[in-house]
Write a protein that binds this ligand. Structure first.
Ligand SMILES: Cc1ncc(COP(=O)(O)O)c(C=O)c1O
Length: 377
């Protein structure tokens, strides 16, 4: 018998058993609904702890994932080239200046290893430091500069640490996570002017598109000018595609080539790339996504005020709230099936909450004043 696509699909169970599969695989027991519910939060949980954006992926992205699913049998080279070209065009750089990765995490880890092999990394005391820690676990040395008293990134302190010498990379996250605060552009540019003649400045702009003025906050223009700057971006935040794992860096051709030698996954999967290509210029969706984030953020800020608390000024999809005890607030929220972050190390007086579905943010907003009253009693 000649095996056509139809007869192949129809072979089903008997063929599965004949092929030596276990009965559960042969019978194909997982229903599509149960596969889908394997991802995302369990029923009833308000997931506000991880800076995801449940208003994505864009409808255009979801359509593209479905339409390209069959092409998952192929490696993703052409999609990779297409998205690289789109990103290069938007930012006015050459495709060789763009590196795509499995989320920006892969790229940031690669940078930590590559630059860590050349010298020390200077970074703030509190920022999204998973990737620097990844480097440290492999022998990279990092100098952490405490935040200023207003919780901003201490750029003068970072410059002083850079001036100590032996530094290969200065790493800033703008806006910063978990504080949500923007690093003032003029000051960051002044730091770039000091650092980049000899050393690389890395700016993780994961939340750039959610800021009030993304163009004013980005340092991509310094990449275009040829300064030694790496800017990292992601599809995980405004695009609402955290689980699709697509991120990218913009930098010089030389830096891009070095980063690429440290990547482990060769740049992407069909579904993630299809979604990213479809949504990249979907400005209708992006406007809506940002509006939902802003609405959720305002709801959080209103609850903070009602609870008699204060929060740092956020331009992201999360808010860092000053509380009596971050771990106690996290535990009390968990009792109500609301997931938020607990203390980050020594920062026990700050609690980070992300914007999620509006109804979930509303549950947080209703619970916060109650919980704070109980903690104060
Ligand atoms: C500042 C920052 N950079 C990078 C990432 C990693 O994002 P991804 O690997 O999903 O692109 C995160 C995730 O929360 C983040 O907060």
């Amino acid at each position: 018998m000649v095996t056509t696509r139809r007869t192949f699909l129809g072979m089903g169970t008997a063929a599965g058993l004949a092929a030596g599969m276990t009965p559960s695989l042969a019978f194909g027991q997982a229903s599509i609904a149960s596969v889908a519910s394997t991802f995302g939060p369990p029923d009833g949980l308000a997931l506000l702890s991880r800076n995801e954006n449940p208003y994505g992926p864009a409808p255009s992205a979801i359509e593209a994932i479905a339409a390209s699913a069959k092409n998952g049998c192929y490696y993703a080279n052409r999609g990779l080239e297409k998205l690289t070209a789109m990103i290069a065009e938007r930012h006015g750089v050459s495709p060789k200046q763009v590196v795509l990765g499995s989320g920006s995490t892969e790229i940031l880890c690669a940078i930590a290893l590559a630059w860590g092999a050349k010298g020390k990394i200077v970074a703030p005391g509190l920022f999204w430091d998973s990737t620097v820690k990844y480097g440290e676990a492999k022998g990279v040395s990092a100098v952490r500069v405490p935040l200023a008293s207003d919780m901003s990134v201490d750029l003068a302190g970072m410059e002083a640490a850079f001036n100590e010498g032996g530094v290969s990379l200065v790493h800033v996250c703008n806006p910063n996570n978990p504080t949500g605060m923007v690093v003032p552009a003029a000051q960051l540019r002044a730091l770039a002017a000091k650092v980049t003649p000899t050393t690389t400045l890395l700016v993780d702009e994961a939340y750039n598109e959610l800021t009030d003025d993304p163009e004013a906050e980005t340092l991509v223009d310094l990449v275009r000018e040829g300064q030694d700057v790496i800017v990292c971006r992601t599809f995980s935040k405004i695009y609402g595609m955290a689980g699709m794992r697509v991120g990218y860096a913009l930098t010089s051709e030389e830096n891009a080539a070095l980063i690429s030698t440290y990547l482990m996954s060769f740049g992407g999967n069909v579904s993630g790339l299809a979604a990213a290509i479809a949504a990249y210029d979907d400005y209708g969706f992006l406007t809506q996504s940002k509006a939902m984030v802003q609405e959720g953020r305002q709801m959080i800020l209103d609850a903070v005020a009602t609870a008699g608390l204060t929060a740092l000024p956020s331009q992201t999809n999360f808010v860092y709230v000053e509380v009596p005890d971050a771990n106690a607030v996290q535990a009390a929220m968990a009792e109500r099936d609301i997931a938020i972050r607990g203390a980050y190390g020594e920062w026990t007086q700050y609690s980070r909450v992300s914007c999620g579905y509006m109804e979930d943010v509303a549950r947080y907003a209703a619970a916060l004043p109650e919980i704070i009253d109980q903690l104060r009693a």
